[in-house]
Design a binder for this molecule. Structure first.
Ligand SMILES: Nc1ncnc2c1ncn2[C@@H]1O[C@H](COP(=O)(O)OP(=O)(O)OP(=O)(O)O)[C@@H](O)[C@H]1O
Length: 661
């Protein structure tokens, strides 16, 4: 095996890559060994396929900037991975802009990414230590910012990302009320009991925790970094997550304020803004200006509450999203004030890659896993290209394939535009976490694309020559076709050829397994896309159905209204006709009265007439009474007619009234 020196990090390389091994609680055999070096820290590891692996895979050797063994503590990682110089870069040299920094953790689910970044109940993570170092060193030079202060207004006005900016005290008061922020006005020195706001699984109704309950170890009091003595600073914290390839603000407080934990969240865009036409930014984020380390801790804890975590078979509390914790350091001349320059340190807790089979995921969680694996596959491609880039190829890093890589890599390259030329490209550190006794396939796949260099060898095959008998074999010499030494030579060259072919074969087998893994990831994302499409189709169908139903309902109501109108018109028409008939009948009856006087002088007839007239009088009185009754019930003329008719049948006398059909 050839010696492989750790590659010096060329200026074109995107990351320094560190490997952190976690103490394993698995009973499996270790498949990874760290190569010890006498002179300095270990930089190489060897990954051997498991003994019971029947696929005869090659042994792989990987190089990293540095390898941290299982006993490495949080402080070893903080001091050993170049985070401190990165913070120094973000603060900027006197009179110069700061340099953006990116620190990300990558690894299989459960390998210790969140442990490294966010710590535990008793140990701080890299985020907390970074914030502590920043505040500890800049506290004297922090600008006073409260609502109405000119500094706060100028900070808000200088922000190029259309952010909603708050001071920490007003933000925390709006989240927890009762001037809770006054509970942490200064740096706390109280030793911490073993609990954390986040890890306690605090319910949404909980009050803000005391800062003394958060872990205080390891202390960073001994870490001194130089600041620009001519500058004043402001430290602005924001947090977001990339979930299913969409960006969500983690400081909106929706999860804290809403009674419904599944409240619908609005995705943010990564775009150019009016004030930042050349550099894309996450637009519309909530940004909090923090005046002390304790305030920044409370903001961090508030954001972590909102981060989506879902239990899977692989890890009880697994990060199902890529979490971004951003600390912006704003800087301006302390004497002449002037404009604020800004540089950002982003600390990223990437979601873990996992195999659906291992994680026992299903339904939406499987779709999440598909999205996570897809984004990590694109990240792998970018890192692979980076490695090729290093080797002199002109490959362009394809970082625009998904939100995650766009957010990670957009600021990694020197800008070509004049206005942003003075901004140096970001410095990036990747910490790969691994369990040497965990999932061999998933871990070796991540190591393959994240390592700075890789070398493939096959286990040494036993030499055929060493097992060959030295004397002539019976029958061989007598064959006359070949001498024993010629046969030996032939055998040796065949053995060498076999060894070469075996080596090639295992390299091909390795490539095949890589391709198979890629194909599986692609298939998974394809399946997730199909799932998404069928959900979309169902949603569209439901929408169309609802729209159609509404349209039909509207049409039915319109038609009913027309019909009612028509019936009313007909009724009115009939009513008016009946009125005319009644009036005509009454007039007729009134006309008939005088005729009776002169009609028949015959006494018998006269008597009869008089009798009839009396009867008529009685009937008219009855009719009038009935009409009054009918009017009293406000009946329509048609109803009046019906009443009259029914009266007629009840009272035989009414038959004399001339309204028979
Ligand atoms: N270096 C370590 N020392 C001690 N415990 C560790 C270490 N790394 C991880 N662990 C423990 O292993 C468990 C899983 O770790 P962690 O949650 O950090 O994994 P992860 O990679 O972030 O997983 P996921 O991607 O699913 O979120 C936790 O209980 C954590 O405390």
């Amino acid at each position: 095996m050839m010696a492989m020196e750790p590659p010096p990090r060329p200026s074109s390389a995107l990351f320094d890559v560190y490997l952190r091994l976690r103490p394993s609680n698995s009973a499996h055999l270790r498949f990874l060994t760290v190569e010890e070096r006498d002179d300095s820290h270990p930089t190489h590891i060897t990954v051997r396929p498991l003994v019971n692996d029947n696929r005869k895979r090659a042994v792989e050797r990987f190089a990293f900037t540095q390898v941290f063994e299982e006993d490495a503590r949080q402080m070893d990682i903080f001091k050993g991975t170049g985070i401190v110089p990165m913070i120094e870069g973000v603060l900027g040299a006197p009179g110069h802009h700061g340099q953006d920094g990116l620190l990300a953790t990558l690894g299989v689910t459960g390998s210790g990414k969140s442990h490294t970044i966010l710590g535990t109940k008793s140990q701080r993570g890299l985020v907390q230590m970074t914030l502590d170092v920043l505040f500890q060193n800049c506290e004297e030079q922090l600008v006073q910012s409260f609502y109405g202060a000119p500094a706060f207004s100028s900070l808000a006005a200088a922000d190029v990302s259309e952010a909603n900016m708050f001071t920490a005290s007003s933000y925390l008061d709006s989240m927890y009320g009762d001037n809770q922020s006054e509970r942490f006005p200064s740096r706390a020195n109280t030793p911490a009991p073993d609990c954390s706001f986040v890890s306690q699984g605090t319910s949404r109704s909980n009050k803000i925790p005391r800062s003394s309950t958060l872990p205080q170890a390891p202390s960073v009091a001994d870490i001194q970094i130089p600041t620009d003595p001519t500058a004043e600073y402001a430290i602005v914290v924001s947090m977001y997550e990339v979930y299913n390839d969409r960006i969500f603000d983690l400081l909106t407080g929706n999860a804290m304020k809403s009674k419904h934990p599944n409240v619908k969240r609005r995705a943010l865009l990564f775009k150019s803004t009016e004030q930042s036409p050349e550099r894309k930014v996450v637009a519309g984020l909530t940004k909090i200006v923090c005046g002390s380390f304790e305030e920044s801790m409370m903001v961090l804890e508030t954001g972590l509450m909102e981060r989506k975590v879902a239990g899977t078979g692989s890890n009880a509390v697994s990060s199902r999203s890529h979490g971004f914790f951003c600390v912006e350091v704003k800087k301006r001349d302390a004497q002449y004030k002037g404009s604020w320059s800004s540089s950002t340190l982003s600390i990223v807790d990437l979601a873990g890659s996992e195999r659906a089979r291992n994680a026992k995921t299903a339904g939406s969680t499987l779709a999440e896993a598909g999205k996570i694996n897809e984004s990590l596959m694109y990240l792998g491609q970018c890192m692979q290209m980076r490695a090729d880039h290093q080797e002199g190829s002109k490959n362009v890093v394809p970082f625009r394939q998904c939100k995650l890589t766009e957010l990670l890599f957009s600021n990694s390259f020197p800008s070509s535009t004049r206005s942003t030329q003075h901004i140096p490209p970001q410095k990036s550190i990747m910490i790969v976490t691994a369990d040497a006794q965990g999932d061999y396939n998933a871990t070796s796949q991540i190591l393959r694309y994240s390592a700075l260099a890789r070398e493939v060898t096959v286990p040494r095959t036993p030499s055929y020559t060493s097992t060959l008998p030295t004397g002539p074999r019976p029958g061989t010499a007598c064959s006359g076709r070949s001498t024993p030494s010629a046969l030996l030579d032939e055998l040796e060259s065949s053995a060498a050829e076999i060894a070469r072919l075996q080596q090639e074969l295992s390299i091909f087998a390795l490539r095949l397994s890589e391709e198979t893994a890629r194909r599986k990831a692609a298939e998974q994302s394809w399946a997730a896309a199909e799932d998404h499409m069928s959900t979309l189709e169902q949603e569209i169908r439901d929408e169309c159905y609802l729209e159609m139903e509404n349209a039909v309902d509207q049409e039915r109501r319109r038609w009913q209204a027309t019909l009612d109108n028509e019936q009313d018109n007909q009724q009115a028409h009939l009513d008016s006709k009946v009125d005319v008939v009644i009036k005509a009948t009454k007039a007729q009856m009134r006309l008939e009265e005088p005729v009776k006087v002169y009609e028949d002088p015959d006494p018998e007839v006269r008597e009869r007439n008089e009798e009839l007239e009396r009867e008529n009088e009685v009937l008219r009185a009855k009719i009038e009474q009935l009409e009054r009754e009918a009017m009293g019930r406000s009946a329509s003329p048609i109803k009046k007619m019906r009443i009259l008719k029914s009266k007629k049948w009840e009272d035989p006398e009414s038959r004399l009234f001339g309204l028979d059909d």
